[in-house]
Design a protein around this ligand. Structure first.
Ligand code: DAH
Length: 335
């Protein structure tokens, strides 16, 4: 084989085409009208017919090799979205940082709450967001047509005059999950029930029609108010630090008796104020009866708290709507 042909084959095989500029250089050098292969064809005139036959074949093979090499590199680039450009891309530069997402402050707060309850020996349960009247109200000892139902600003999914067809609501609290849990599981029960709840409230910096609660339920033999207080205090210290200032106030909920609310002192000693963080109480005997648990044998405590409220305090957020707008500038503060 002709020396020039052998050399070119060698060269082509060794060529590295890694940028679009390399590809263009390759085309100009070998495949263009003024390229090395055309130059070889031009020398054929000076050969004998015999030489010309073998030389012609060799140069043709060379051309096929060059073309294949070119096309292979070209299609490699087409498949790659980024074509490196030797003039601008420096492979030794550090990569451009990716826009990394962040955990939503509500998720973060919920994770923290969950991890505290895991330490206290609670597991997690959940229930549906579309509830029937029985679980959301009746079994929780809300009497029919009782005004307490109104305080919940219920969204109705199905409201029917016929008493045989149950009303369906968007659950107004996570307390119905207590009922579902006790219906299917015999005590001892020690669970938390996080989830979304809905109330027909005007949207403002302080209220939204959707928010999140965490319900806690502990049912066993001999559960007392002292156990409730002990658990509340442990929780609030783990959540807000052991120096947190708190108070317990008597309250009312249809599903607990007695009922307590917990406040924590927020802000400085002089200019701070009490903020309510949760409702709680001893499970009302009527609630146990609704789920066929004997209140003579078992007792329990329950509590419910808002995740938004906890996050607002934790991260000093002053507008509840920011949690749902997903404005990147807000979310980026939590990276
Ligand atoms: N379900 C109540 C509400 O949404 C909160 C609550 C209060 C839950 C007392 C409880 C409880 O489990 O014992 O306002």
């Amino acid at each position: 084989m002709n020396d020039a042909v052998v050399q070119l084959i060698q060269q082509i095989k060794e060529t590295q085409i890694s940028t679009s500029q390399d590809l263009e250089d390759f085309r100009l050098k070998y495949l263009s009208k003024k390229g090395a292969i055309q130059q070889l064809f031009k020398t054929m005139g000076s050969l004998t017919p015999q030489e010309r036959a073998t030389f012609g074949k060799d140069v043709n093979d060379l051309k096929v090799l060059a073309q294949n090499t070119f096309e292979e590199a070209q299609s490699r680039f087409e498949n790659q979205h980024t074509v490196l450009n030797s003039a601008t891309d420096d492979l030794s530069l550090p990569p451009i940082a990716k826009n990394i997402g962040s955990v939503h402050p509500l998720t973060k707060t919920l994770q923290e709450m969950k991890s505290i309850f895991y330490r206290l020996g609670f597991n997690i349960a959940d229930g549906p967001e579309v509830e029937d009247d029985f679980h959301n109200f009746t079994a929780l000892n809300f009497p029919p047509n009782h005004p307490a139902r109104d305080t919940q600003d219920t969204f109705f999914v199905r409201k029917n005059e016929d008493p045989a067809i149950p009303d369906l609501v968007l659950r107004t609290h996570t307390s119905p999950v207590q009922i579902r849990l006790m219906e299917k599981q015999a005590p001892p029960i020690r669970s938390i029930m996080p989830g979304r709840v809905y109330r027909n409230e005007a949207v403002s910096p302080k209220s939204y029609f959707l928010f999140h609660q965490v319900e806690a339920l502990y049912v066993d033999h001999n559960v007392s108010v002292a156990d409730l207080k002990e658990s509340l205090i442990t929780f609030v210290k783990l959540m807000y630090g052991s120096d947190v200032t708190y108070r317990l106030r008597p309250s009312f909920f249809p599903f607990t008796e007695p009922s307590l609310e917990m406040d924590i002192w927020w802000g400085s000693k002089e200019s701070g104020k009490w903020l309510e963080i949760l409702g709680s109480g001893m499970v009302d005997p009527n609630v146990f009866k609704a789920v066929n648990i004997d209140p003579e044998i078992y007792s329990g405590f329950a509590w419910g708290m808002g995740v938004e409220r906890m996050a607002i305090l934790k991260y000093e957020i002053d507008d509840i709507r920011t949690f749902y707008e997903n404005d990147i500038r807000f979310l980026h503060q939590f990276v």
